[in-house]
Design a protein around this ligand. Structure first.
Ligand code: PEP
Length: 248
């Protein structure tokens, strides 16, 4: 399976950053054996699209409806219209700050798929849940409740992102990543049969150029979702390079 490396710019980026986005797209082109994308604020997407050629641009959330009286929201159809080809759904920052539930994540993933977008569903436990020994139960519960009814092809990815590893510089132990990704794969296979093996499982949480090889070598780690280290080409390219080395 080809590795998938996706950057998440969160609420960062204005028109001043378009040259950096172009530099990231150029870096991605140098590592063509890796699938890669950058998920940007919706306000930047259209201008970024004009800068990056065929490099994939994505959104970070979408509404469950195509259009309507939802002040401040952006639909999957709008993301697609602005040039997005994928969307991150259910990021833990949204689950925490916007109180998104698994049922919302499931509905948003369905809306994104209906608009022709690829989808990354995020799941992950808090530090408190891990310390109470509940990590596996929480993550598999989120997975089961957030997944769509059916999957065919490679439109869906799942990102395992331990909440305590996001933006903290603290990375999950390799043994924990191995166990969690193995359990997620088993659950996907149980639910979707052979199609479950086509779903890429990404690791997210302080991945950078120094730890990428170690994380991306773990069985069932099919790529990464990267926040901080995706903000510059200088930090993102080493991760692309690590993934490309493993793809040879
Ligand atoms: C994320 O926000 O999905 C993420 C993984 O962030 P970071 O790489 O900064 O930990």
């Amino acid at each position: 399976m080809r590795k998938l490396i996706v950057g998440n710019w969160k609420m960062n980026g204005t028109s001043r950053d378009l040259p950096e986005i172009a530099a990231i797209a150029a870096a991605a082109r140098r590592h063509a054996s890796v699938d890669s994308a950058l998920c940007l604020p919706a306000t930047l997407m259209d201008r970024a699209r004009q800068t990056v050629g065929d490099f994939a641009i994505g959104g970070q959330d979408c509404h469950i409806s195509d259009a309507g009286a939802h002040t401040g929201c952006v639909s999957a159809a709008m993301l697609s219209d602005a040039g997005a080809v994928l969307a991150i759904i259910g990021h833990s920052e949204r689950r925490a700050a916007q109180h998104e539930q698994d049922s919302d994540v499931r509905a948003k993933a369905k809306a994104a798929r209906a608009a022709g977008l690829k989808v990354i569903i995020c799941i992950g436990e808090t530090l408190e849940q891990r310390e109470m020994g509940e990590a596996l139960k929480v993550v598999l519960g989120q997975l089961q409740m957030s997944l769509p009814d059916a999957v065919t092809g490679d439109w869906l990815s799942v990102a395992y992102e331990p909440v305590w590893a996001i933006g903290t510089g603290r990375v999950a132990e390799v043994s924990d990543v191995l166990d969690m990704h193995g359990a997620i794969r088993a659950a996907l296979a149980d639910r979707f049969g052979d199609e479950g093996f086509k779903v890429r499982i990404l690791y997210g949480g302080s991945m950078n150029g120094d730890n990428a090889v170690q994380l991306l070598t773990v069985p069932n780690v099919d790529g990464g979702l990267i926040g901080g280290a995706s903000l510059t080409a200088a930090k993102f390219e080493p991760i692309l390079s690590a993934a490309a080395a493993l793809s040879k």
